[in-house]
Design a binder for this molecule. Structure first.
Ligand code: GLY
Length: 274
């Protein structure tokens, strides 16, 4: 995880030459910039595809999409993710099948052929445009904050899913999901994704509420108080009959949490609703 440091997105040839000058001549990245990799410029919409893999067996989780930029309308610095929703409408049934056949299964088989069969969660970060899929990255983990809306939709047991993967019995495992949509909004500390403050006391005013979950991330419990201890502090996650309702429920939950310097995006899910 390098927060995109060393990556320059060039919109045209002039920008590309400027970037190369700053790397090679001005040594913007020191000796780390003695070699550069130039990649195809990818346009489209990002989606996350996470599956449980057990050697030669695979169960895809429900689809999800996160919002990486810090600001509303997807502007500003990239973060680990300011919120996410599930399902991701960009992943149609046809695209889903393509991802399985063209990305996940060949990766799983390739790992076996290389003598490194995989066991665990495999996350493909994808760029999708006009039904074409490009792989941006693989992560050997769940996604954050994609996991929170995904897990809220999981009706069967996560532990039993993990055990089925460990025992290589995924092919007979029945994973159960709710058809409801879910949305998770990250509540962050002022300054994130750059320097941020910690140790702010948190007030949470939640009664027993159905179909919502406030996931803690950057928090700690000290002297009977809950304090902030990270950039992304919570993910307020909720279900709804559709994404719009899930979004509304998630923002209702956000309103029940307060600490000095708390901020969040106001438009998580807008791409899916559109
Ligand atoms: N949300 C992006 C990631 O988990 O890598």
């Amino acid at each position: 995880m390098a927060a995109g440091k060393g990556v320059i997105i060039c919109q045209n040839k002039k920008d590309a030459i400027k970037a190369l000058n700053s790397i090679f001549n001005d040594k913007a990245f020191g000796s780390a910039g003695n070699k550069v990799v130039i990649e195809e410029f990818l346009e489209g919409e990002e989606a996350s595809f996470i599956a449980v893999v057990s050697k030669d067996k695979i169960i895809p989780l429900v689809t999800s999409q996160d919002h990486k930029a810090v600001g509303d309308g997807d502007v500003g610095l990239n973060t680990g993710g300011m919120g996410a929703y599930s399902p991701a409408p960009i992943v149609s049934d046809e695209i889903h099948q393509k991802i399985l056949e063209q990305v996940m299964q060949p990766t799983m088989k390739g790992l076996i052929e290389e003598g490194s069969p995989y066991l665990g969660f495999l996350y493909a970060g994808l760029m999708i445009k006009n039904n074409e899929i490009k792989v941006l990255e693989f992560n050997c983990r769940f996604g954050d904050p994609e996991t929170q809306p995904i897990l809220l939709r999981l009706k069967s047991s996560l532990v039993n899913l993990c055990l089925a993967a460990i025992n290589n019995t995924l092919d007979s495992y029945d994973i159960e999901w709710t058809q409801a949509h879910s949305c998770g909004v990250v509540i962050a500390s002022k300054g994130y994704p750059e320097n941020y403050e910690s140790n702010k006391e948190i007030q949470i005013n939640i009664n027993d509420e159905n179909d919502t979950k406030l996931f803690h991330a950057g928090t700690k419990y000290e002297n009977n108080k809950i304090l902030t201890s990270g950039g992304r502090v919570f993910c307020a996650t909720a279900l709804g009959v559709d994404l719009k309702e899930a979004q509304q429920n998630a923002y209702n939950l956000v309103d029940k949490v307060n600490f000095e310097g708390a901020f969040f995006r106001k438009d998580i899910g807008y791409k899916g609703i559109k």
